[in-house]
Design a protein around this ligand. Structure first.
Ligand code: ATP
Length: 512
């Protein structure tokens, strides 16, 4: 490739990906993908669930070896046989899952797993001093934080910044951030954007993977779109928009659901909550929720929205108050009692609730439906197959290979399986969902919203918590804004995103 002679330094590609290809068995995960990233450039990588983003990243960070294609660093072929080798050659990863050890200090965490700063180098290089650590923290927007602070005392947003500082400490040529804002609220995300910009200003090439197309366009100089393992195109962010990116990702314009007319079934008792409180996290919360209606609890992390859901699901040991489901009183702090009353919780920590990762997608989809499809002790295979196909279609999972293990699905698709199997239980009266579509692409999001609406249409009372304004406005019949453990206001579903934002962020005292 001819380069470098006439181009200014900052335009020269640091990273060149050429014809990268990788198969898992007969599944082509990445097919002939090429793109390049220059010094100081922030380069977005987008694509729907299963498009191949994680697989590309794993190849760039030495965790997977390509079947063919090359990865070049500053015009030389890189040899990325392991994550450590990649790090040594200047490729650092800020992973999707926070990898800091909560019980250790910021300083200890910054040295962990670093080939440049870690214990392995102690004898060769002088250990990173606190001064340098503070410099790194300052450069990601955490000035004045004591490096001896234990990570468990930090907010999620601060932890993400420490992750970035740690990656920066490895003095990378390329920094890859995999959905760094997926679990953060709006304010925290802004700090991450500022940190990413500073990293790029220092000359690092940045790859930023995200499902939030708005942030990708605002932050990135260029965007590479993948669809079904292939490169669709790399474009200049200033010359594209969200609708075009979505069309590129999906291959067609996404369809938005029509506003729903809620069933508002006054006859059937739904969920009656009176004075539900949890320590200092939740001031007494009261709501008479009708069957067939979708209620949103809108609030940022720490607003109390998730706490309401957890308390209703029996997952908050110190919850007090009076809750009735249908006509019966619900015993609080007792998950088994909640389950028996038809209260289903889908928390935002889906990993720990567990799919059966080594079992097939089909088995996982059916996990809560075995009684419905078994008769006289054996499972009727034809009914089972039909059921699985219908469930898979409902959440737009790829049709082929439902016999494959769930672990072979991308993260977002695993989430769809989890939600599909929980949503379609017949005995659900109240559905509680925390962040229904976090980390799910636009197509999957519409599918999941459709499922939630179906549940409500069938008479289920739905409460969901979300920090995403679009999701709140798209899905809810009634939106309750929350802040600092208290209700701020109740809105009909036609409220604007701006009004919601105002409640969630600006008002300091609400009325319980
Ligand atoms: N270990 C594996 N074994 C088999 N197939 C895999 C494995 N990891 C990924 N795949 C497949 O490779 C393809 C690309 O998946 P990948 O995880 O790279 O997608 P992604 O774009 O990162 O999706 P998401 O946004 O959901 O994380 C998918 O079809 C997936 O099922």
């Amino acid at each position: 490739m001819q380069q470098g002679i006439t181009e200014p330094l900052e335009r020269q590609p640091v990273l060149t990906v050429d014809g990268l290809t990788l198969r898992f068995g007969d599944n082509l995960a990445v097919d002939n993908v090429s793109f390049s990233v220059a010094r100081g450039e922030i380069h977005g990588l987008v694509g729907h669930n299963g498009a191949g983003k994680s697989t590309v990243i794993k190849m760039l960070t030495g965790q997977l070896q390509p079947d063919s294609g090359t990865i070049g660093l500053d015009s030389e072929a890189a040899r990325l046989r392991s994550r450590r080798a990649a790090q040594r050659q200047g490729i650092s990863l800020v992973d999707q899952e926070l990898s800091l050890v909560p019980a250790l200090s910021i300083s200890e965490n910054m040295r962990l797993g670093s080939v440049r700063l870690g214990a392995a180098d102690a004898g060769i290089r002088p250990r990173l001093t606190h001064v340098l650590e503070r410099e790194l923290l300052t450069s990601v927007g955490l000035p004045g934080v004591d490096v001896n602070t234990r990570v468990e005392e930090l907010t999620l947003g601060q932890r993400q910044l420490v992750e970035i500082a740690r990656a920066l400490g490895q003095r990378p040529r390329v920094m890859i951030l995999d959905e760094p804002t997926a679990t953060l609220n709006e304010t925290e995300s802004q700090y991450v954007y500022a940190a990413v910009r500073r990293v790029a200003e220092q000359g690092c090439a940045v790859i930023f993977v995200s499902h939030r197309l708005g942030e990708v366009l605002a932050l990135c100089d260029h965007v590479t779109v993948l669809r079904d393992a292939r490169l669709v195109r790399t474009c200049n962010s200033a010359e594209t928009d969200i609708a075009t990116l979505m069309a590129d990702m999906l291959g067609e314009a996404p369809h938005r659901l029509e506003r729903r007319v809620p069933a508002h079934d006054e006859e059937t008792p739904g969920l009656s909550i009176s004075g539900l409180a949890v320590g200092r996290e939740l001031a007494p919360f009261t709501l008479d929720a009708s069957a067939g209606t979708i209620y949103a609890l809108a609030g940022q992390v720490g607003s109390g929205a998730s706490t309401v859901l957890r308390a209703l699901g029996g997952l908050e040991p110190s919850a007090v108050g009076a809750v009735r489901v249908a006509t019966g009183r619900l015993r609080l702090a007792d998950p088994a009692a909640a389950a028996k009353a038809g209260v289903v919780v889908i928390s935002n920590d889906r990993k720990s609730e567990g799919l059966f990762l080594s079992r097939s997608i089909a088995t996982n989809l059916l996990a809560t439906r075995l009684s419905a499809i078994s008769r006289w002790g054996f499972i009727q295979r034809i009914r089972q197959r039909r059921r699985v196909a219908a469930l898979a279609e409902l959440v737009s999972l790829p049709n082929a290979g439902l016999g494959r293990p769930v672990s072979s699905l991308s993260g977002g698709n695993q989430q769809k399986v989890f939600i599909a199997r929980t949503l379609l239980r017949d005995d659900t009266r109240v559905l509680l969902i925390d962040e229904p579509t976090r980390g799910v692409d636009v197509g999957g999001r519409a599918a999941i919203h459709g499922l939630i609406r179906r549940a409500a249409d069938a008479g289920v009372t739905v409460l969901f918590a979300s920090t995403e304004l679009d999701e709140l406005v798209d899905l809810a019949d009634i939106i309750i804004t929350m802040k600092d453990g208290r209700v701020v206001r109740q809105h009909s579903g036609t409220v604007s995103a701006n009004e919601l934002m105002y409640d969630m962020v600006h008002i300091s005292e609400g009325t319980p």
